[in-house]
Design a protein around this ligand. Structure first.
Ligand SMILES: C[S@@+](CC[C@H](N)C(=O)[O-])C[C@H]1O[C@@H](n2cnc3c(N)ncnc32)[C@H](O)[C@@H]1O
Length: 362
């Protein structure tokens, strides 16, 4: 079975590694590939079907899609791949006609029962003369016309039994069945408090992976609604987990989220100021944080000074590694340098429409 898996731009390698690890854990054979057709934020996986015997001794097919949806921490969507192609023209009429013909020539009937209601959800990225709504309408009518050859198709845009996902990313067209549903996996059910600048859970997990934790203590000195720490606790991390946040409202929200996630007793939340970190901690092995940046915190001019103070404090207590995310490249690199930290890894990650710098330091 072939899947198209989606994640954040810039963490495809980590998502691919996770998928391969999950395939192995399930005792299945398969392989994953990052950035098919060069498309960022996408992974393809080719996984052999697997079977098991249920309690009544009946042979059943292992539900790979459900397994990935339930167990992945880095994926956003698990899409059963139907077909993909490169469009020869991006001019509106030609491209939409090409998409229509391509879908009409695809054996859609092999993937769904004609009696099942369906909807098409679309995604478009790149320079095009058409919109994602045009893509959804075109693919929807091609699927309808195709299934009409076999019976009476039913469209249900609000509560479909089957969600087709059609994506046009630059000149690449993907068609599949979205097994994740309308809510992306990065929207975690535990998020009862919505911090205005919260981090995607998938990126939080990528940061955790890159920290290469060894069971030592971990702090997020500016933890906001607690995403990184909650995800860490949910992974069953055995070490001490500490969160510091300056604003009571966010700290209360972080505690509510941790409670909803069932991990409140695993995290020490401290109402405090990261520029006074050494008042709360003598030493900590790892720091992982999505720093305040951009317009969301108000005065952008205060950032260089804030970073300088926070990294000065970190230089007093941090024993092993730190992983940080920010758009403020100049300010953070200056703060690293002046406080004796070395960058051991740097990458750019897509988050909330921005390209954000991710650093691992020691
Ligand atoms: C980008 S947000 C972190 C969001 C968090 N990762 C989440 O997913 O909810 C940065 C946080 O740093 C907090 N903050 C700003 N200055 C601080 C300081 N001096 N000490 C501690 N926290 C601070 C802000 O209140 C904000 O909640």
């Amino acid at each position: 079975m072939k899947f198209i898996l989606t994640t954040s731009q810039g963490i495809e390698d980590l998502a691919k590694r996770e998928v391969e690890m999950l395939i192995e854990k399930a005792g299945l054979k398969g392989k994953a590939e990052e950035k098919p057709f060069g498309v960022e934020g996408r992974i393809t996986a080719d996984i052999e079907k697997g079977y098991y015997f249920d309690e009544k001794g009946k042979k059943r097919e292992f539900e790979i899609a459900s397994f990935l949806n339930e167990n992945s921490r880095l994926l956003h969507r698990v899409i059963l791949r139907i077909s993909s192609t490169r469009l020869t023209s991006l001019e509106k009429e030609k491209a939409l006609q090409e998409i229509y013909d391509f879908v009409l020539n695809t054996p859609i009937e092999k993937y769904v029962k004609v009696s099942e209601s369906f909807a098409v959800r679309s995604f478009r990225k790149g320079e095009h003369e058409f919109t994602s709504v045009d893509v959804a309408k075109t693919v929807g009518s091609a699927i309808y016309d195709k299934l009409s050859q076999f019976g009476m198709p039913r469209v249900n845009l609000d509560h479909p039994s089957v969600i087709f996902r059609a994506e046009v990313i630059n000149d690449v067209f993907f068609l599949g069945i979205d097994t994740t549903g309308d809510s992306s996996l990065h929207k975690r059910p535990w998020r009862v408090y919505d911090h205005p600048a919260h981090l995607k859970a998938s990126i939080a997990n990528a940061m955790i992976e890159l920290a290469e934790l060894d069971g030592g203590s971990v702090v997020d000195p500016m933890c906001g609604s607690g995403t990184i720490l909650i995800e860490l606790a949910l992974r069953g991390y055995g070490g001490k987990i500490i969160g510091i946040e300056k604003y009571k409202k966010h700290l209360k929200g972080a505690k509510m989220n941790a409670l909803a996630a069932g991990v409140l007793d695993r995290i020490d939340f401290i109402h405090g100021d990261a520029t006074k970190l050494s008042h709360y901690l003598d030493s900590v092995d790892f720091a992982i944080s999505n720093l305040p940046y951009g317009l969301k915190i108000g005065k952008k001019s205060l950032i260089p000074e804030l970073y300088m103070e926070v990294f000065n404090e970190l230089s007093k207590v941090l024993e092993k590694r730190g992983v940080f995310l920010t758009t403020e490249k100049k300010a953070i690199e200056k703060a690293f340098e002046e406080n004796g930290f070395t960058v051991i890894h740097h990458r750019i990650v897509g988050h909330g429409g921005l390209m954000v710098h991710l650093y691992v330091i020691k």
